[in-house]
Design a binder for this molecule. Sequence first.
Ligand code: ZN
Length: 167
Amino acid sequence: MKTCPYCGSEVVRKKRDAYSLGVWTCQLCVMKVNPVEDGARSNKFEIKQMISEDDCRLPLSELMTYHTFDLLLVLRILRQQRRENFDLMRTIKKADSPEYREGEQIAANEYELITRRMWAVENLLLERVGYIPEVISEKYLEKYLERMSEDKNHKPMQFKKSFKKSS
Ligand SMILES: [Zn+2]
């Protein structure tokens, strides 16, 4: 049975005419949905769990399709890059030598770029979870994965038949 991934109701396919494939619609949620089977829950964001520095340079529209867990990993890399860049800037400044002027400017530009990328990902997380995580430690990530694997996240949305009869 095709069901709604949000409320678990059976969904119907509405066809505009005999030739159209039609769109799956949930009557309770009153919207088009990508149906799932028999009350399964679904997360439209697929987890990668392997994030590299390349991911951090992707257009924001692409990062918007990332799982929240992966966005946490992206933010952690960006924060690390920002710290390293800040240290580099400080080292160049300390040297205070004319031949480093150009390098100082390049490092400053890079610092602004990384900071803005970091802000963008922070705001994606703000939209998703309602706050910007302060420290993304190993422990924080472990806990996050643990919560994701909890049964309630995967339990199908089904009524027992006997329950339905007696009510
Ligand atoms: Zn629904």
